[in-house]
Write a protein that binds this ligand. Structure first.
Ligand SMILES: [Zn+2]
Ligand SMILES: [Zn+2]
Ligand SMILES: [Zn+2]
Ligand SMILES: [Zn+2]
Ligand SMILES: [Zn+2]
Ligand SMILES: [Zn+2]
Length: 195
């Protein structure tokens, strides 16, 4: 698919003060890993790189068209605004989805100090795994006990045994972060493990 934008070799982008030029990032480009300045995920393929040699700002092609403002189901009270730097003094935010720190773009709620990585904001609400008969649903405040309580003590106790262990890697799933869970089996999985 070729859009008008792809034909433009040099652009100015609202997230950065220098012009950016279209480049192709190859797998082993001078042994250095190119991390997107926006979503902080490794770049392979087409990207926009800062034209100043001293500046290492680079964005995925897909990260130049991010919506400036989103309504997200995890935070229905307020819209989330795309910030190009973490709006905190130390230049870091903590993602309310995955619990990991972020240093690039963030979808931010000013009133609540709520932050989401760009990638975390676009996680699918349902994931399917070949090794499990039920869908895994994205849960925004992950607490398996709550679900089990309504179904009687035996189920609640059973749920507690399986509690907070990732279905895929068997590592602990942190309370309060997002997770994928199967509401029939009380299984859960880390965001990054489910697929
Ligand atoms: Zn990116
Ligand atoms: Zn620059
Ligand atoms: Zn995150
Ligand atoms: Zn808010
Ligand atoms: Zn896991
Ligand atoms: Zn299940």
């Amino acid at each position: 698919m070729e859009t008008e934008e792809m034909k433009l070799q040099v652009i100015s982008h609202f997230s950065h003060r220098h012009p950016l030029e279209l480049v192709e990032v190859e797998e082993e480009d001078d042994d250095q890993v190119n991390i997107c300045s926006g979503c902080e995920v490794q770049i392979l393929g087409s990207a926009y790189n800062c034209t100043k040699p001293s500046c290492d700002f680079i964005l995925h092609h897909s990260c130049i068209d991010l919506p400036r403002k989103v309504k997200h189901n995890s935070h229905p009270k307020h819209p989330l605004i795309l910030h190009f730097f973490p709006p905190y003094g130390d230049g870091e935010f903590t993602c309310n989805a995955c619990g990991n720190p972020g240093h690039g773009f963030t979808y931010h709620c000013i009133s609540c100090k709520y932050d989401l990585h760009v990638d975390c904001a676009s996680l699918p609400e349902v994931e399917y795994r070949e090794d499990h008969e039920h869908p895994f649903m994205l849960s925004y405040s992950f607490r398996l006990q709550d679900k089990a309580e309504g179904k009687g003590k035996a189920v609640a106790e059973e749920a507690e045994l399986k509690d907070f262990e990732c279905y895929v890697c068997h590592g602990p799933v942190e309370k309060g972060c997002w997770a994928y869970s199967c509401s029939s089996c009380y299984y859960c999985a880390h965001l990054e493990c489910v697929n």
